[in-house]
Ligand binder design. Sequence first.
Ligand SMILES: C[S@@+](CC[C@H](N)C(=O)[O-])C[C@H]1O[C@@H](n2cnc3c(N)ncnc32)[C@H](O)[C@@H]1O
Length: 306
Amino acid sequence: MSSRPTQVIRFHVRHHAAVMSGEKVTTVRWQEQVAVGPATFVFGDGPTAPTLTGRVLGVETHPLPTLSAADARQPIGTDMAAFAQELRAGYYPDMPDDTEVQVVEIEVLDEPRPTRWFAERTERQRHAYARRFIDIASDGKDVDGEARLIDAMATPGSTVLDAGCGAGRITHALSVRGHRVIGVDADPILVEAGREQHPGTDLRVLDLVDLTPHVGGPFDVIVCTGNVMTYVEPGTERAILAAMATVIAPRGRVVFGFHTDRAYTVEALDQDASDVGWHLEHRFGTWNLDPFTGESDWAVSVFRSA
Ligand SMILES: C[S@@+](CC[C@H](N)C(=O)[O-])C[C@H]1O[C@@H](n2cnc3c(N)ncnc32)[C@H](O)[C@@H]1O
């Protein structure tokens, strides 16, 4: 499977509504390596409006001095000198007069982001996964190990985000322990099943890339386990940690659990966490606090925010 990141096209936040509605279908770019294919549209410098998933349908190169309103898909009569000035003011202060620009045709897709979870699981398997922990629990086996450790490290009544909650197993187990928990997951099949299995839990369909501004916060603890970080859309891991960093409380804890043999490694996690200002407080090999060693096939990583 390819782990090539999807290309990112950045817009001023004021364009969000028009791009989302399909009213804005082109954008003019200078010296960006835009290519036909999948794209993620990001708005503002921070995650100030939800990112959108889409495609670049076409790229045409035009000399800026002769770029017409029709070339740039602007209304007839648009003052193209003023248009170039706006491009400079908004995006490219160093753009000279005598250069070439690209007119990029874009399309927003209604589909969810192409996470590895969606790529690797059929709908039938996702329905089966939604039942899995109910069946395990009905056999009398433990399904609350992660929640017990999170409960031990959180003060009573903490705010908790279960990031990639699946069918809400951990959201539920922490809620009944008295914490205020929101569970978010990109898979509507799992979220719907979770709402039926655990009425009263707060479960929402949301991609972790788009956390801000949808879940509020700040959260005392974010728990992201069950291999979630190894199932996200390849290339979005850093953006997900950056989004989490906007909703974690100061001195809050962010806890990840995943297998050590996947495309996203503990080393990559440590780098991404350090980039958003978190430091690694603990790393265990299991949720029962077995030590983490070079042989560990699982890592529980506990970070502290600044
Ligand atoms: C193996 S399940 C684990 C579910 C849950 N944490 C548990 O342990 O029961 C992995 C989950 O990660 C979710 N996931 C993957 N990428 C995601 C993303 N970008 N945003 C939200 N959820 C995501 C999938 O939809 C799936 O429910």
